[in-house]
Design a protein around this ligand. Sequence first.
Ligand SMILES: CC(C)(COP(=O)(O)OP(=O)(O)OC[C@H]1O[C@@H](n2cnc3c(N)ncnc32)[C@H](O)[C@@H]1OP(=O)(O)O)[C@@H](O)C(=O)NCCC(=O)NCCS
Length: 228
Amino acid sequence: MVYLIDILIILAGLAVIKIALISIIFYGDIRAAQRRDPAAKSFLEVVLLYQGLHALVVFRLAHIFYSMHLFFLARFLSQGARFFTGIEIHPGARIGRRFFVDHGMGVVVGETSIIGDDVLLYQGVTLGGTGIVTGKRHPTIGNNVVIGAGAKVLGNISVGDNSYIGSNAVVIKDVPPNSTVVGVPGRITRQDGKKIDVSLDHAHVLDPINQAIEELQSRLDKLEHKST
Ligand SMILES: CC(C)(COP(=O)(O)OP(=O)(O)OC[C@H]1O[C@@H](n2cnc3c(N)ncnc32)[C@H](O)[C@@H]1OP(=O)(O)O)[C@@H](O)C(=O)NCCC(=O)NCCS
């Protein structure tokens, strides 16, 4: 019985040391989570209960093993993190400082993804490839980017600094800095603080389905206008 109590005390001590180490090493990431999630009530809540932070802690360790070419061990850790958090970050990805995954479940970050500083991902985000290609096949995300819930950013494209990807958007082309992108396929609705008129966005007016819908909408608007 005395031995059991001793073992419990040692385990509790180790847990406290682990929490203290995570709090010190990941201080910036924890503070970022607090800043970006209004629901986060305390530092300790983020440390103990935020699976986005837990996935990041395991990723940092797995990435070290990946860099040492210990691929199986690296993958073993990342799959373990996926099991417990629902967030799958490939250990080969490169992630900057103050990274935060909010809610987290269903997030996938591919092997050759590069993520800048101060990036926020919501649940269901995929940074993925577009097919079976080798080499750099996942996106490069700039600094201070927010990617909304369920958005897919696919292929070796780049998303510029300070951009927002709307929830459920599917982005398959480069996004310039300071842009907001929504829809499927993703189209820019705001750039450098100015709203973009989609009807003048020549990259997308060539989409025949969109054109047909826009024509029908404008005829409907005219008819409705006449009848009133
Ligand atoms: C895109 C987003 C960043 C808003 O950016 P914004 O610049 O404030 O955009 P606005 O609200 O001015 O909307 C611009 C246009 O895009 C449309 N829009 C906004 N978000 C959209 C989305 N996710 N999908 C499709 N269209 C969207 C708006 O209806 C508006 O259309 P309109 O010009 O025809 O009226 C935001 O809507 C978003 O999706 N954020 C992600 C947040 C998230 O995932 N939260 C999860 C919390 S759990």
